[in-house]
Structure formats: structure tokens, C-alpha cells
Ligand binder design. Structure first.
Ligand code: PLP
Length: 436
């Protein structure tokens, strides 16, 4: 288990930027957007609520009529989010997005649990968490005396429950929290959250799950999950960017991370963004109400995409589990194309009017193999040829057709450009080593 996190060097970054600058042609007008996991369009209903609320003035903490109206808006949204996710309104803590909610969960639960029991220093997280969970955990190791335990995953990216069982058997009294995401943002793998809760809760260990990619895609019920805390984000489900929530049990030991006006039951200070929160409430309700229909729509497109890529691109390898409702997000397809650089592919496709991702948008910009793929045991050479295609409510068969038309030539060109010229990399992290 490692506590070092590989970062790209400045020279690699410069080489990549040079390559992009020289190579990028202009972008065609109507692109096929296959990056819904990075951000998905604002739904018309959410946009309408957002714009309507923007024309009002009123701080939800103010006591006059305008403030009370803004407060009513926020509380209605809170009820809407809670009802859609099987939570109580008082359990919804609004934040400025998924990253903040993850930080609040990791840091807040660590400090909260440690306050009552100083032995609890261990933060147990899966090796495939989003950086919004991994980075605060590593930060706590560097600055707050935490010890990181990275849970290994299998070749499909599913967390190793035996490793968690062993960790709890040996260190139950030293664990401050466990965090295992509901669904992986890169390869779409669904995690056994209920089993994680069953293992941890009998020992009084709080469990958090990042459900940013899961809500609106698969059934998510906070009360039924038994979780102590769960992260959600607006722009992944049809709401605005910059709003989200940590859904947290009232008795979850959460120490605030932001201090100030004491909003959100003292757990998260900061003036509440009534327009964004209202739109978020609309989007969550809509995404959950339409989930089955949308999931069937995107799963059918995704299956056609996967079959088409396998048929047309020799050597393409689907990462993560075979598509099935119980194992994988319906809108996710992730491939490695050994011999090609994912970033080269991304830009070649972009120039052909197809927008995809190498994985996590939050890491994009500098090529480096994904920590998720490395944790799954994918060799570094192959991991560097990764591309994620993610579909959403507005995806169409035409989007898939455009990808399938453009991809074979893009892969051929990227392979011809080859990895031979790429700089040498350091050794692959082992499957159980869990480099983040
Ligand atoms: N968690 C996961 C799984 C994500 O995919 C993302 C966004 O990429 C985040 C957290 C961060 O959410 P936000 O963009 O709202 O800060």
C-alpha cells in the first residue's frame, strides 16, 4: 500500500501541449458528444428553474420576506433531493459540487470520528476512487496524521471485499472511515456498497460512498444502503455545475471543513446558492423519475457502440465488466487500444467531430496512465491507450454511428504515430499495490 501519488513531470506536459498545438485542426460544428460522464447537458426543466430563480434576490439566511422566499426555494429543493434518494430532508447538506462533498466526507468523518477516539487514524478507500476522494485522503496522510489503506480491486475494477474483511478484522478499532464509490467514473463498474456497509457498520466505522456517477443511472436509496454519507453532484445528472450535496445521517460524526456563517446545520458554511440549488432539486427529481427509461435508452446505444468497436477495431479491449445492469453503468463504454496513445486518439476523434475522454476529465490535459486501470492490473503500455465513451439522455444512434465511422482510422493513425516516440515510464503499480 503506497502513499505516493505519481504526477506528470513538466517536460512531459510541455511535449503534450506542443503536440496538441501542432496537430489540432478546427472542430466541426455539430459534434457527437460522448462525454456525459464528464458533464451532461442541463435539462430544460432545470434550466428553466435556474433562470427563473436568477431573477430573484434574497439570501436564504435573511429574515425578511425576500430571504424567506429564497429559504423556501432551498427547502423545497432539499425535500425534492431527499425524496428522490430515499433520504430525510435534514440529511441533505448542499455543497458547491461533488468535489466539496467528497472533501467534507473524507476530512469531516476522519476528524469527527477521531475526536471521540484518537486511535482511529486509518482511512480505507478503494484504489479506484475519484481524485476528489483520493486526494483529500492523501492530504490527510500528509497533514493530519492519517494512514491510508488502499483496497485492491479485481480485473473488472470491483473492490476486493476479502481485503476489506481482513483490514477490519485486524484494525477495526483504528479505522476512521471507509469510502467506496457507488460507480466508477472511468470504467463504469458498480461497487458492492451494501456489502461494504455490512462489513464496516457493526464495528462503528462510518461508510461514505461517492455516488456522483450513479444517481439517475442505477437505483440509489440512501436509507436502504445503510451508508453514513453519500456524495452527489448536479452537473452529472442534468443540473448546473457547482452544486451538489453530501447526504449524511444526522448522527454521522462530521466535523465541518468550511467555517463561517454556520449554514447547513453548521456542517457547511457559505451563503446558499438558491438558483443552483433549485435547479439541482429539479434535475435530481427528474433524473431519478426517468431513470429506467433513460437507462434503457443509453444501454441500448452503449451495447451497439461496444459491439461496433469490437467489430471494427482489431485489438480493442473493453475495460471493466461485460455490460450488464448489475455490474456496469448503462451509459459507460471504456476501451483500451494497445499501441495507441489515448490523448492522440482523443484529439484525432475530436477533429472528426467526436468528443470523448481518456477517463477522468479532472485529470485531462497531461497524458498519464489512469490509476483506475493500473489498479485493475492493466499493463501501463495498454493503459495509455484508454478512451471512455459515455452516453446520456440526449445521446442518439447518430452519435454512435459517427464514432464508429471515425474510430478505425483514428486508431490506425494513433498506432502509426506509435508509442515508440513516447518517453519511458516508470514501472506499473501492481494490482494490489494500489498507486493512486
Ligand atoms: N466524483 C466522481 C465519481 C466524479 O466523476 C466527479 C467528477 O468528475 C466528482 C466526484 C467531482 O464532482 P464535481 O465535478 O461536482 O466537483
Amino acid at each position: 500500500m503506497s502513499s505516493t501519488k505519481p504526477r506528470p513531470g513538466p517536460r512531459a506536459a510541455r511535449r503534450f501541449v506542443d503536440w496538441v498545438t501542432v496537430t489540432l485542426p478546427s472542430v466541426p460544428a455539430a459534434a457527437a458528444y460522448l462525454d456525459h460522464a464528464a458533464t451532461t447537458p442541463l435539462s430544460p426543466a432545470a434550466r428553466e428553474a435556474f433562470v427563473d430563480e436568477l431573477s430573484r434576490t434574497g439570501n436564504p439566511s435573511s429574515l425578511h420576506a425576500a430571504g424567506r422566499a429564497a429559504r423556501r426555494t432551498v427547502e423545497e429543493a432539499r425535500e425534492s433531493v431527499a425524496a428522490a434518494l430515499g433520504a430525510r430532508p435534514s440529511e441533505v447538506v448542499f455543497t458547491a459540487g461533488g468535489t466539496e462533498a467528497d472533501n467534507l466526507a473524507v476530512k469531516g468523518l476522519f476528524w469527527g470520528r477521531r475526536t471521540t477516539d484518537p486511535r482511529r487514524r486509518r482511512i480505507v478507500v478503494s484504489a479506484v476512487e475519484h481524485h476528489a476522494v483520493l486526494d483529500p485522503a492523501f492530504w490527510m496522510a500528509e497533514h493530519a496524521g492519517a494512514e491510508i489503506v488502499l483496497l485492491p480491486v479485481d480485473g473488472d475494477g470491483r473492490v476486493d471485499l476479502a481485503a476489506l474483511r481482513a483490514e477490519i478484522a485486524e484494525h477495526a478499532d483504528e479505522i476512521a472511515l471507509v469510502s467506496v464509490m457507488w460507480a466508477n467514473n472511468e470504467v463504469g463498474t458498480l461497487q458492492p456498497v451494501a456489502e461494504v456497509v455490512q462489513l464496516a457498520r457493526p464495528h462503528g466505522i462510518p461508510v461514505h460512498s461517492d455516488a456522483v456517477q450513479a444517481v439517475g443511472q442505477v437505483p440509489v436509496d440512501f436509507a436502504a444502503s445503510g451508508l453514513d454519507a453519500m456524495t452527489i453532484s448536479g452537473h452529472k445528472l442534468g443540473g448546473p455545475v457547482g452544486v451538489g450535496a453530501l447526504v449524511a445521517r444526522r448522527d454521522a460524526p462530521l466535523t465541518p471543513v468550511l467555517h463561517g456563517g454556520g449554514q447547513e446545520r453548521g456542517v457547511r458554511s457559505g451563503t446558499l446558492d438558491a438558483p443552483a440549488i433549485r435547479a439541482f432539486g429539479v434535475a435530481v427529481a427528474e433524473a431519478v423519475a426517468q431513470r429506467e427509461e433513460r437507462a434503457a435508452h443509453v444501454a441500448a446505444l452503449r451495447d451497439a457502440l461496444v459491439a461496433g468497436v469490437r467489430e471494427r477495431v482489431p485489438g480493442a479491449v473493453l475495460s471493466g465488466p461485460e455490460p450488464a445492469p448489475a455490474t456496469r453503468l448503462p451509459g459507460n463504454a471504456h476501451f483500451t487500444f494497445p499501441g495507441a496513445e489515448g490523448d492522440s486518439l482523443l484529439y484525432l476523434l475530436d477533429s472528426a467531430g467526436v468528443q470523448a475522454s481518456t477517463g477522468s476529465a479532472c485529470q485531462a490535459g497531461v497524458p498519464q496512465p489512469s490509476h483506475v486501470l493500473l489498479a485493475m492490473g492493466v499493463p501501463e503500455h495498454d493503459a495509455r491507450g484508454a478512451l471512455r465513451f459515455s452516453l446520456g439522455a440526449t445521446s442518439t444512434p447518430d452519435d454512435v454511428a459517427r464514432l464508429l465511422d471515425a474510430l478505425p482510422a483514428a486508431v490506425e493513425r494513433a498506432r502509426a504515430a506509435g508509442l515508440a516516440s513516447a518517453p519511458a515510464r516508470t514501472a506499473v503499480a501492481s494490482r494490489t499495490g494500489g498507486a493512486a
